[in-house]
Design a protein around this ligand. Structure first.
Ligand SMILES: Nc1ncnc2c1ncn2[C@@H]1O[C@H](COP(=O)(O)OP(=O)(O)OP(=O)(O)O)[C@@H](O)[C@H]1O
Length: 434
């Protein structure tokens, strides 16, 4: 749980996202409120539910990015899902609960990863001991063992064959759905179950030291990780800190009088309601309460309006923030200011080839001008346009880079014009290439 103040959270987000102060402030308050709730008397904590957010703004202006960065900052489980996914053919009501199941799985991955780091050293030690057992036998003199340990660490024994007991995997994972329980809730991993029941069967295999090392390391690490506590912590993280980003909510906002597809859209809204209001979802890892999960819904609302959403849903998304369309100056700043800006990414990629890439200021100006022009003439896809324009600009250099090791390549405005302007001026070509 982060103890950052809203101002500090906004400052952190500023390192990655240009502008959009309203959205940054709203998510910063939402995150701080979580910390505040934890300070409140226990009997009140259950009553304080998150104030969910509705982000309104065109595509590619940073709605997802603000939310994703917030989640990363808070070390919170995060899931992005498109609301329209649930209007598709074959959709059956309860499927929206899959959102929570997926969130739990992402939290399990996150917690497992954190814990693996913690046991890395002991797992390495244990794997080494097992390899030494296989190499010199368990009863060897300690001096012999140490000689082999040194050789092992120096890679001298990589190709030596050893017999090692490995867990029996029993082929591909066998999963089946328990009838009548819906979705993957009833999903049981048979090999897990049988493995546990039989105390984890192993099989002796002959392999090289090098081949054996990684599986042994994983096995030892997993032995040290307690699955139950991973699951428990994951569910706790989802319930207390989870963030769900519901994209394209505007596309399921429609008055139902028109029938057909609209009925299905309203159906999805009705299905989403309990999740947002707070319910308990069954997952294969246990029950998950959704009361304190933060929902950030987002949409462009070009055609529909937030008031076209079901009143109950409107009430559950009380915080409204508008994100601005990106101006030419925003696009220019996005090229250079974020810590992992596209330009820095390309420079790093070229550095890997021994090529130094330098962008002149005038070149960056021209790139911003062109991105804005194509956004205006073809379709406004916001900052995503910078990716297509830069890719086009640099594809030749990217291709040739391995032959240009040691060179410094300066990107000038002329080079930008030469590579991209012609395309940008031709709307038909731009549609395909930029
Ligand atoms: N204001 C911004 N500052 C820095 N980068 C941005 C900004 N806006 C967008 N980007 C970059 O553009 C890409 C698309 O942004 P993002 O995914 O946030 O779009 P979005 O507003 O959520 O759109 P959509 O609703 O279509 O998903 C991302 O790579 C993001 O880093």
């Amino acid at each position: 749980m982060t103890e950052l103040t809203p101002r500090e959270i906004v400052a952190e987000l500023d390192r990655h996202i240009v502008g959009q102060t309203g959205a940054k402030r709203a998510v910063a308050i939402a995150l701080r409120n979580r910390w505040r709730r934890k300070q409140a008397p226990e009997n009140l904590q259950g009553e304080i539910t998150p104030k969910n957010i509705l982000m309104i703004g065109p595509t590619g202006v940073g709605k997802t990015e603000v939310s994703r960065r917030l989640a990363r900052l808070a070390n919170a489980p995060f899931l992005k899902v498109e609301a329209t996914k649930f209007t598709e053919v074959g959709y059956v009501g309860r499927d929206v609960e899959q959102i929570i199941r997926d969130l739990v799985e992402s939290a399990v991955g996150m917690i497992r990863e954190q814990k693996r780091v913690g046991v890395q050293q002991s797992a390495t030690d244990a794997a080494e001991e097992r390899l030494l057992d296989a190499l010199v036998g368990e009863d060897a003199q300690s001096s012999t063992r140490e000689v082999f340990r040194r050789k092992l660490r120096e890679g001298e024994l990589d190709d030596k064959e050893v017999d090692i007991d490995m867990p029996e995997t029993g082929g591909p994972m066998q999963m089946f759905d328990l009838p009548g329980q819906g979705g993957s809730m009833g999903m049981i991993n048979l090999s897990d179950m049988l493995g546990k029941a039989m105390g984890g069967r192993t099989k002796r295999v002959r392999t090289t030291v090098k081949e054996a090392y990684k599986p042994l390391l994983d096995e030892e690490a997993d032995k040290m990780l307690d699955e139950e506590s991973i699951t428990r912590e994951a569910i706790h993280a989802v319930e207390q800190d989870g963030i769900v980003f519901l994209d394209e909510i505007d596309k399921i906002a429609a008055k139902s009088e028109r029938g057909g597809a609209d009925v299905s859209r309203e159906g999805v809204q009705r299905d989403l309601l309990p999740l947002i209001e707070g319910t308990t979802v069954s997952t294969k890892r246990g029950a998950v309460k959704t009361d304190h999960i933060l929902f950030i819904a987002s949409g462009a609302f070009h055609v529909s309006k937030p008031s076209d959403l079901l009143p109950e849903l409107q009430g559950r998304l009380p915080i409204r923030v508008e994100l601005d369309a990106l101006t030419r100056d925003d696009l220019r700043r996005i090229l250079v200011e974020p810590e992992a800006s596209l330009i820095r990414q390309y420079e790093a990629l070229m550095t890997a080839e021994g090529v130094t890439l330098i962008f002149e200021d005038a070149a960056i100006d021209t790139l911003a001008d062109l991105a804005e022009a194509v956004n205006n003439s073809v379709e406004n896809i916001g900052a995503r346009r910078l990716q297509t324009v830069l890719e086009r600009l640099l594809d030749e250099i990217s291709f040739e880079a391995p032959d240009r090791k040691g060179e410094t390549i300066t990107i000038t405005a002329d080079y930008v014009n030469e590579r991209v302007s012609g395309l940008a001026a031709d709307a038909d070509l731009s549609k395909f290439i930029l």
